[in-house]
Ligand binder design. Structure first.
Ligand SMILES: C[S@@+](CC[C@H](N)C(=O)[O-])C[C@H]1O[C@@H](n2cnc3c(N)ncnc32)[C@H](O)[C@@H]1O
Length: 507
């Protein structure tokens, strides 16, 4: 087995793009921290940099790289995390390896630098680079986007905030740049300089080639505007070390009220073993009346079709009132027979204390949901890869499955208004700007949704949105196109907020 630590080669065009981000004379001292086979060294030399160094810990890669560049660059063999020289520019693609998978000789240094045993070696690379940069020096790295929002990467975000400014952020989402690609981000940071605005690029097409990424990212930055591959925006520096997002720009500040004041937001019911609890319509006919009472309609993520719920699945819900296995066997024989073949596997699932093998793993909000089962609710998938929001209305009777969240407005008149507003791009960008993105997907969590501010629109605007939203629901039920109506909601929302003609909240 090779002992290589996080070796993944960067495509040359990506290294070239990153080298182009350097704003410095060609004779400054530049270091590639972890130079591998030397892709960045090649790009730096090609761009005319004269004072280029690389450091590499792996003997084989070191030999390969130093053999290739001879006296045109200085290749050092060693550990960057223990390096002491200072630089005007540090550039590269640091290794990404979680602390738990690091060899002992590196994990010790990493935990010293990041002051924890949770996190990744690239956190330590960023912190070390900040230390080795001279005042005014630049750091240009490509790293997982994960550090923008991961709790354990707070130490990294704090250091970046404290020590200078992020000037360029290129969010490459999940474009496959490396053989196994996480969502990646390229950034340029300047040490000691404060207050500059960030230029933010967000990629639009995950299938872009490295050449297209290089050419079109440079084009967008040079012209200060979006093009077919990148969305361009500018934003002030991040103010806090809370989750960061490449969606910070574009949403104006507005006065709002947290969604939790308008609606109950909650997670769905988690069986922990769907295969056993799901029943077909056919099977249902073999159940007794008593047994059928335990079968409920569930709305799953795949039933959420934006604005409307289509279809449902049938699930046996085994609540905690059925405590005794003997009782289950006698009173619900068909259900018992249905679950029995799974018994061994169901016993092995994680179950909170006091639960039996035939119970659901988590039945949060169950009493509430049962008492509102026939009232309309909005459902949304908890994790969604689609490029638009799928808040979907159901008039019931149904319950949310574990892969959706439910939103139950306290006032019936807010139902269609909220449905329309939550499905706007405006809300989507606002939500993503608050850290709702996970691995190229949007993650709707109870906490983030509850805290999401709903603009304090006038009653008139709310009614307008509600009317449009109602129209969309009926038309979508008929399978008609509703793009124009959706755009109308979008415009109404933006005009109400940007026009500054809002009246005080009437919520
Ligand atoms: C993601 S690879 C990038 C390689 C090369 N720069 C490229 O972009 O193709 C990270 C490199 O860092 C090296 N590396 C890992 N830990 C290191 C350390 N502590 N000091 C120096 N190099 C290290 C790895 O051997 C690997 O070559």
């Amino acid at each position: 087995m090779s002992g290589k630590v996080g070796f993944v080669e960067t495509p040359l065009p990506i290294a070239e793009l990153m080298v182009s981000l350097i704003e410095a004379p060609k004779d400054v001292r530049v270091l590639d921290s972890g130079c591998g086979r030397g892709v960045f060294i090649e790009a730096l030399l090609k761009a005319g940099f004269k004072n280029v160094r690389g450091i590499e810990i792996d003997p084989q890669l070191y030999a390969e790289c130093s053999g290739k560049y001879g006296d045109r660059a200085e290749i050092l063999k060693g550990d960057f995390l223990k390096h002491r020289d200072t630089y005007d520019v540090i550039i590269g693609n640091p290794p990404y390896v979680h602390f738990n998978s690091l060899p002992p000789h590196l994990s010790e240094e990493v935990s010293r630098i990041i002051r924890s045993r949770e996190g990744d070696i690239y956190y330590a690379f960023i912190l070390k680079a900040l230390e080795l940069l001279r005042e005014g020096g630049q750091l240009v790295y490509i790293v997982p986007y994960h550090f923008f929002y991961n709790t354990y990467a707070r130490v990294v975000r704090e250091a970046l905030l404290r020590k200078g400014s992020l000037e360029v952020v290129i969010d490459l989402d999940e474009v496959r740049i490396f053989s196994k690609s996480p969502e990646t981000v390229i950034f340029r940071f300047v040490k000691g300089r404060k207050g500059e605005r960030m230029k933010i690029l967000r990629i639009k097409d995950r299938k872009a080639t490295p050449e297209e990424i290089r050419d079109l990212a440079l084009d967008a930055l040079k012209n200060g505007r979006s093009n077919r591959l990148f969305h361009y925006s500018e934003a002030p520096q991040f103010r806090t070390a809370g989750p960061w997002s490449s969606f910070v720009a574009g949403i104006p500040e507005f006065e709002g009220i947290p969604l939790k004041k308008l609606a109950k937001v909650g997670v769905g019911l988690v069986s922990g073993f769907d295969e056993a609890f799901r029943v077909s319509q056919e099977e249902l006919t073999t159940f007794s009346d008593e047994e059928r009472k335990l079968v409920k309609r569930f709305v799953k993520a795949r039933n959420c079709d934006r604005f409307v719920v289509r279809g449902h699945a049938l699930y046996i819900v085994m609540d905690e009132h059925i405590r005794d296995e003997g009782h289950l066997r006698e009173r619900y024989p068909n259900i018992y027979a249905r679950l029995l073949p799974y018994r061994e596997r169901m016993t092995k699932r994680y179950l909170p204390a006091g639960k039996r093998w035939f119970h659901y793993q988590a039945l949060r909000n169950y009493t509430f949901l049962l008492s509102h089962i026939s009232e309309p609710k909005i459902y949304v998938p908890t994790l969604d890869r689609r490029p638009y929001n799928r808040f979907s209305l159901s008039y019931g009777p149904d319950l949310p499955s574990g892969d959706v969240l439910f939103i139950y407005p306290y006032r019936r008149e807010d139902l269609l208004f909220l449905l329309g507003y939550l499905n706007t791009r405006f809300f989507r960008e606002y939500y993503l700007g608050r850290g709702g993105r996970r691995g190229g997907r949007v993650s709707f969590t109870q906490r983030l949704l509850e805290g999401a501010e709903v603009p304090a629109f006038s009653e008139e605007v709310k009614e307008r949105i509600a009317a449009l939203s109602g129209e969309i629901v009926s038309r979508r039920m008929e399978g008609e196109d509703t793009t124009a109506l959706e755009e109308e909601i979008e415009r109404t929302v933006r005009e109400a907020i940007e026009g500054g003609r809002r009246t005080v909240s009437l919520f």
